[in-house]
Design a protein around this ligand. Structure first.
Ligand SMILES: [Zn+2]
Ligand SMILES: [Zn+2]
Length: 524
């Protein structure tokens, strides 16, 4: 263990201590001309953990007195750089416990990303399972320390803090805070691409709508993930044994980076409007029972997971994300109920390749753009290849993908046994030369749900996701009568995203901002 036993594992790393890996150096920092800013892996996993904390609950839960002190959490399990588990706390199980139950000893050597510092009950089991690293978001911990919590919670929180600290300092896994400063232009890029994404209508009034929704999310997420005052935040950090983070400039940087990541998450979430739209089943006659579908709020949550993944794309033009969930027969572990993750991915060059080895898109070089398609692994292909478990015939297996599956992917999706596809149909029936989308419409044996404007009298998608809970399961809205109906929107010509020119130039120094790197430790 580096630094010997005495070293505080949360000590901000010195720049020289950063562990370099292939992914960390060649994919996160590399700036290829024409490529938008990307989420680093650490920040992607962190944001996914925050988002998982807000996984919609299927049932209304009676909040018990002492469960109010225990805050729900999200958790991402990563092995060899790939997401192999997405979890959240349920009515009985904490997210950490749910992960131990589902993965068991397969947790060995994995990295865990929590949306809060886990409690001692979770931590001891996770350490025992042999994980290699535990990272947590440095806000209010799982056992709340915020003043608003009832009195006894404070004592319980203090006792838990002592126990977690002891576990932390005596354990093999590295327990730490891994946050990286987002690249300076990432937020603007996410705002623009979310406002103009396939799940929005891209009318001028829609831009205002996007902004309203983004601001509302930002308010909700800030309340949930940020600590309101600096003083309160320092007290929490000290209680968690993170007093090193309270010194300037680390503290201001920490708060700034946390705020910015929350803003990124708000923009990604606002890219899929909550009102007036939803996933609608095509060809309702093919339905094999409404119980196999997921409620609108869950489908929307999953497509936002996919949207987050898309910001890790290696494709210079279009980021695509895909997530596959299976719905089992039995009530599963934790807050995702019967759903368990099968796999997820984004479009990228073949694993292990150096980022710049293959042709990159360049808007002025049409030939190169064409050649790119021979090398790029599609998001669905990555999700299927790196799946974490088998696809079982007796389960519904649902693919959530941010772009209509192309003709190259359709046979793979069918062959793998996917039963449901949730997607945008912006590209369907189009033939773009190198890539075509003609086969999606003819899929007979897979239930297709496309993102559409709700019919005027539809009751669907009306419940809010605020505070991570939805009310009673909302009814699936009436299906579209015309399966081919599309949102009548067109991507603005030419540029893959508007405002591209206004972004900062690429190929500038990619060295880490000096101050922030003091407490970050890019490991993946
Ligand atoms: Zn716990
Ligand atoms: Zn494809």
């Amino acid at each position: 263990m580096e630094g010997g036993e005495k070293r505080n594992r949360n000590e901000p790393s010195r720049p020289g201590q950063c562990r370099e890996t292939k992914d960390g150096s060649t994919q996160t920092d590399c700036r290829i001309q024409g490529h938008g800013p990307r989420l680093s892996k650490v920040n992607l996993f962190t944001l996914l953990s925050l988002w998982m904390e807000m996984f919609p609950r299927e049932e209304e839960e009676e909040e018990e007195e002492d469960s109010r002190q225990i805050r729900g959490m999200g958790l991402v399990v990563v092995r060899e750089g790939k997401v192999v588990g997405l979890h959240c706390s349920g009515p009985e199980l904490h997210a950490g416990q749910a992960a131990v139950l589902q993965h068991g000893v397969r947790l060995a050597d994995s990295q865990l990303y929590f949306s809060r510092r886990p409690c001692a009950t979770c931590l001891k089991m996770i350490i025992n399972a042999g994980v290699s690293q535990i990272s947590f978001w440095p806000g209010d911990p799982e056992i709340s320390m915020l003043e608003s919590a009832p009195r006894p919670a404070t004592e319980e929180a203090a006792l838990d803090a002592v126990a977690t600290d002891k576990l932390k300092s005596n354990s093999r896994p590295h327990v730490c805070v891994l946050l990286q400063p987002p690249t300076p232009d990432l937020l603007q890029f996410v705002n623009e691409t979310s406002r103009d994404c396939d799940f929005r209508e891209r009318r001028s009034e829609d831009a205002e709508d996007f902004n309203r929704e983004r601001v509302r999310y930002l308010r909700d997420f800030s309340r949930r993930f940020l600590v309101c005052t600096a003083q309160q935040h320092k007290e929490i950090l000290i209680q968690m044994g993170l007093e090193n983070f309270c010194a300037e400039p680390y503290f201001s940087n920490l708060r700034h980076n946390m705020r910015e990541l929350v803003e990124v998450l708000a923009a990604v979430a606002a890219g899929v409007p909550q009102h007036h739209h939803g996933f609608h089943r095509e060809h309702p006659g093919t339905s094999s029972g409404p119980h196999e579908e997921v409620p609108q709020q869950v489908a929307r949550h999953c497509i936002i997971q996919a949207r987050l993944l898309a910001y890790r794309t290696e494709d210079p033009k279009v980021g695509v994300g895909a997530v596959i969930w299976a719905k089992g027969k039995q009530v599963g572990f934790g807050g995702t109920g019967r759903l368990s993750l099968v796999g997820c991915g984004y479009n990228a060059y073949p694993a292990g390749s150096k980022y710049a080895e293959y042709p990159q898109m360049d808007t002025k070089q049409e030939d190169r753009q064409r050649r790119k398609y021979r090398y790029m692994i599609h998001a669905e292909q990555n999700a299927l290849t790196f799946r974490t478990r088998d696809i079982r015939a007796e389960e519904s297996t649902m693919l959530f993908v941010t772009k209509c599956p192309c003709d190259e992917c359709i046979p793979l999706i069918r062959g793998a046994g996917i039963t449901h596809i949730y997607t945008s149909d912006q590209d369907r029936d189009k033939d773009k030369g190198d890539i075509s989308y003609l086969r999606f419409s003819s899929l007979k044996d897979i239930s297709r749900f496309t993102w559409q404007k709700n019919p005027p009298d539809s009751p669907g998608a009306s419940s809010h996701l605020v505070n991570g809970c939805v009310g009673k399961r909302s009814q699936q809205p009436e299906p579209e009568t015309n399966g081919n109906k599309k949102l009548c929107t067109k991507r603005s010509s030419g540029a893959p995203w508007r405002g591209q020119q206004s972004r900062l130039p690429f190929l500038k120094s990619s060295g880490p901002p000096a101050l922030d790197s003091q407490y970050t430790s890019p490991v993946l």
